[in-house]
Design a protein around this ligand. Structure first.
Ligand SMILES: Cc1ncc(COP(=O)(O)O)c(C=O)c1O
Length: 403
């Protein structure tokens, strides 16, 4: 073989089919659309992002800064996390949800909950195994299974079923082959919420088939008008089959620090832990210090964070109603999930139209799977004034649901 002289001559081997067979990540396409609009001089208002716009509360930052300065934190972290972190998680689960969690065997710190959601999938899914995933879905709920060469059985979430999946529609052979069942309430992107009767049915279903129930509670703290979302562990018997993922990202404006945790059945926690010991070194110790502070002292900041989102929601609900959308105020999350006008063929066409005519960016529902293609998502991560400006722009351009 001749020695290559240029990068092209190296004939680099391609990435794995696991990676290349994945459907395109719509958020990357959206970035290209935004880039093109900015090049033509557009002053975009971006309602598409899910990234909290407010800083992490200063005392949490201070706890991390102190942690960074502490030499005891400078080595590799313990795979299981600091005992104080696990203790803080256990106390939090008791205080917020009335749930008993053993800090020694039922907690796993995570480098953000997305990491854990991917790794629990790799811990359980072999080629040909099924995951059951309500659709539309937060991408990693389906994509991790595809990366693991598994199959995903999607359950449609519709406004008619209050964005709760119909368990009776799952074919018996899928239920028998399924290893994981993902649910995430309060839901991204639909903002749907689950009640205890639904969780009771779900827990009974997963117990019947021995399916590991993966509850993603990333928005558990962001609920409005006094509503308190339940934990899956509020259902007796859930701990026999379930694991629940929590995130610091939205509750404490900590998305950039990458911190989360899982709680649940010790055997499932152990499988996640084992997968992680093979792939990473766990959550940085200084960030754990910030997490300990947030869990022990942070509820006082959360109230302000939730109040700000609720006020933003009110601006958008009023604004979209004035534009012809018939919507009810959302009960939770930092999103609203709205139908695209009937005159548009699909969610990407609607998204392009809004960028081209009003310089307003939304997320096309297709980003969350085929079932989302007649919807779009807007986020509450901009100040009220910006949200109002977006509504005013839509009004000026004559954009209406019924136009
Ligand atoms: C439903 C859901 N789960 C998990 C995550 C990821 O959270 P984290 O920042 O903890 O990785 C997100 C982020 O947007 C989300 O919407």
């Amino acid at each position: 073989m001749s020695t290559p002289h240029t990068a092209a001559e190296c004939k680099l081997k391609p990435p794995s089919s696991r990676l290349t067979k994945l459907p395109t990540y719509v958020f990357a396409e959206l970035d290209e659309l935004k880039e093109a609009a900015r090049k033509r001089g557009a002053d975009l208002i971006d309602l598409g992002m899910g990234n909290p716009d407010q800083p992490t509360p200063a005392p949490i930052v201070k706890a991390i800064q102190d942690g960074v300065a502490n030499p005891a934190n400078h080595g590799y972290p313990n795979f299981k996390g600091k005992p104080e972190f696990r203790q803080a998680v256990s106390a939090w689960m008791k205080r917020r949800y009335g749930v008993d969690i053993d800090p020694d065997t039922e907690v796993q710190p995570l480098i953000g909950s997305k990491e854990g959601l991917a790794h629990i999938t790799f811990a359980y899914i072999d080629a040909g195994d099924y995951s059951i995933v309500p659709s539309p879905y937060y991408p990693v709920h389906s994509r991790a299974t595809w990366i693991a060469d598994g199959l995903v059985h999607h359950l449609p979430l519709t406004a008619e079923n209050r964005f709760l999946p119909d368990l009776d529609s799952i074919p018996e052979e899928v239920a028998k082959k399924a290893k994981l069942f993902f649910v995430s309430y309060p839901n991204n992107p639909t903002a749907g919420v689950a009640d205890l009767p639904f969780y009771e049915k779900l827990v009974a279903y997963c117990r019947k088939y021995g399916i590991i129930l993966v509850s993603d509670l990333a928005y558990g703290e962001l609920a409005f008008d006094g509503f308190r979302p339940p934990s899956i562990f509020n259902v007796p018997g859930a701990k026999d089959i379930a694991i629940e993922f929590h995130s610091f990202s939205k509750s404490f404006n900590m998305a950039g620090w990458r911190a989360g945790f899982a709680v649940g059945n010790p055997e499932i926690i152990k499988a996640l832990y084992s997968m992680k010991t093979n792939l990473d070194y766990g959550l940085a110790s200084a960030i754990q210090d910030g997490g300990i502070y947030a869990l022990n002292e942070g509820e006082k900041f959360m109230a302000g964070i939730v109040q700000a989102y609720q006020e933003r929601r009110d601006v958008l609900v009023k604004g979209f109603r004035e534009l012809g959308w018939q919507i009810e105020p959302t009960k939770a999350t930092i999103y609203m999930w709205l139908p695209i006008p009937p005159s548009f063929s699909d969610s990407k066409a609607w998204c392009r139209h809004l960028i081209d005519t009003a310089d307003v960016v939304i997320t096309p529902g297709i980003a969350f799977g085929e079932a989302g293609d007649r919807y779009f998502r807007v986020s509450l991560v901009s100040p009220k004034e910006t949200l109002q400006k977006a509504i005013d722009r839509l009004k000026e351009k004559g954009i209406r649901y019924d136009a």
